[in-house]
Design a protein around this ligand. Sequence first.
Ligand code: CA
Length: 230
Amino acid sequence: MSRILIIEDEKEIAELERDYLEVNDFEVVIESKGNTGLARALEEKFDLMILDLMLPGIDGFEICRKIRETQNIPILMVSAKKDDVDKIRGLGLGADDYITKPFSPSELVARVKAHLKRYKRLVESGTEKRKSVVEIRGIKIDKDSRQVFVEGVEKTLTAKEFDTLAFLAQHPNRVFTKEELFEEIWGMEAYGDVATVAVYIKKIREKIETNSSNPKIIETIWGVGYRFKV
Ligand code: CA
């Protein structure tokens, strides 16, 4: 069960957040003051934090900064003003997401889940000693030098093309939806169009497939998404 720390001085909001999260099987701890909240965040182990910006004692900006010195758990910042979002971004505190009050609790839960999923993947990929070179079906992908070779011939891919190809090749035969690929490569902060994924897949195919109009490596699974076929 994931543990979530809520640092929020408005009791009603904190309890509303807690209730929705508990219904979704999260363990929730509430702290209402900046200093006690920060102390707890540093002493105990949490999987995610929901952090209000304006707090008595130490404010959310400072708490976020302090936590980022030692931890990389997802931090969702909650603010009462739209303007604050620009400030949070501008300060580069390392918050993962921002929600403006009033927000819908189900939206909050959805974001919490998405961030936890992402974080889990990040932790797993960091611990399981990823191989830096993937060789599959005549395609060699070197993730350190970010080079791609097809039958020994180097191909030039853009950064996003490379990320997309490397991700698919690391999970051979697994089908990913456009949405999953978009979230993986472009990240949560991107509000772009998932249709972009199709454009990138097309460009990658032109570079790695023998006949890009009849792709044999990156397959389209109609109505679902794409997979790197082995
Ligand atoms: Ca507040």
